[in-house]
Design a protein around this ligand. Structure first.
Ligand SMILES: *Cc1c(COP(=O)(O)O)cnc(C)c1O
Length: 387
């Protein structure tokens, strides 16, 4: 089923997935097969080898493409494998502009993997368009952004940056992991490629690792599929099945993530020991207006700065009973982490502080439990830490 006139929730359930032709199975089967019979040599029925294509994975790729509003989807073994595939489009000597507040793994693959192949990366504050404009060179081929960013939840103007990239003959790629296509569709705002870690909200249940790319450009779609097959970092049919299942409930989960995050930020904002709350849904957030324009909701990620030392903040993060102390995000269960000692610990302290990642910073992935319980849990953890 493919009909863009249907609503997002209907498409989340039905797009790309028709009942199985042979058996009538309503749910896409897990096609656990590596190879496919050919009728005569070279005459196959659409599938020849499962690295190249697998029916369970194809259904996932079609569903994701439909939801992002593009025609060409490719799925990967992880979000990092999807990012790697975008970089496969570039050649030695090419230049990439990206944000200062990008996902740590993205920073690592740029600087520690691809710089050795003579790709160059410039990190700038992508909310400052004149800085972005000045960073372009003749050899700039790619502008890479996230929105909201991690962990300070800055909002990037996707349509504005798409225009800048277009004027400079560069591609705009958007990592849409934090927002998901339910809240934000970068292709509709002019982006060329959308990247996802399916591990997070799209899977939604913290039980599988995967990634995906979507584009509406046929030539790009073909090149991405070429690298997907050539490199071979593809998800298996079991993971593809889990992502198909997760995506069907994305709209109801995201609504609850957003509602819970809103309740929690309103409460944190009033708390005497909380210095600052980072959430695009707050009117005081510098990206609030832009987020209201380009997103259908503000998401489930919340950061805040506790008026406390590194040690007291670490104690707070260890004192929650419902929020689980763990990296990652986007699952139904709430998680808490301290960027300074966990996700962003590899950044030297001076550099980390300069980027606004203070010792008291706490990042929450707000789950879909009862918000009253989550607030009570944070309240007792903050009290326990400052006693
Ligand atoms: C987790 C994440 C990634 C990497 O995805 P994996 O599935 O862990 O490889 C990339 N970008 C963002 C924004 C992420 O949160």
């Amino acid at each position: 089923m493919k009909n863009n006139k249907l609503g997002f929730s209907t498409r989340a359930i039905h797009a790309g997935t028709n009942p199985d032709k042979e058996t009538g199975a309503v749910i896409t089967p897990i096609y656990a097969t590596s190879t496919y019979i050919q009728d005569t040599p070279g005459q196959h029925r659409g599938y020849e080898y499962s690295r190249t294509g697998n029916p369970t994975r194809s259904r996932l790729e079609d569903k994701l493409a439909d939801l992002e509003g593009g025609r060409f989807g490719t799925a990967y073994a992880s979000g990092m494998a999807s990012i790697n595939t975008i970089l496969n489009l570039l050649s030695a000597g090419d230049h990439v502009i990206t944000g200062t507040d990008v996902y740590g793994g993205t920073h690592r693959i740029f600087t520690q993997v691809f710089e050795q192949y003579n790709l160059e990366f410039t990190f700038v504050d992508t909310t400052d368009h004149s800085r972005v404009n000045k960073s372009f060179r003749p050899e700039t081929k790619l502008l890479w952004i996230e929105s909201p960013t991690n962990p300070l939840l800055q909002i990037n103007d996707i349509a504005g940056l798409a225009e800048i990239a277009y004027e400079n003959d560069a591609l705009l790629a958007v990592d849409n992991t934090f927002a998901t296509p339910y809240l934000q569709r970068p292709l509709e705002m002019g982006a060329d490629i959308v990247s996802h870690s399916l591990t997070k909200y799209l899977g939604g249940h913290s039980d599988a690792v995967g990634g995906a790319l979507v584009t509406d450009d046929e030539e790009l779609g073909e090149r991405l599929a070429f690298y997907q097959n050539s490199v071979g970092a593809t998800p298996g049919p079991h993971e593809s099945f889990l992502f198909l299942r997760g995506i069907k409930t994305l709209p109801v989960r995201m609504d609850k993530h957003c509602r819970n995050a809103g309740e929690i930020t309103d409460w944190l904002d009033e708390h005497p020991l909380v210095k600052r709350v980072y959430y695009p849904g707050l009117k005081s957030h510098p990206g609030h207006e832009l987020a209201s324009k380009q997103m259908a909701g503000f998401g489930g990620m919340v950061s805040f700065e506790l008026d406390a030392s590194l040690e007291a903040t670490a104690k707070m993060c260890s004192s929650t009973r419902i929020f689980l102390l763990a990296e990652s995000l986007g699952g139904i269960e709430s998680l808490i982490e301290q960027p300074a000692t966990m996700t962003h610990a590899s950044i030297p302290r001076e550099e980390r502080l300069a980027a606004g990642l203070n010792d008291g910073l706490v990042r929450l992935s707000v789950g879909i439990e009862d918000h009253e319980d989550l607030i009570q849990d944070l309240d007792q953890a903050i009290s326990a830490a400052v006693e």
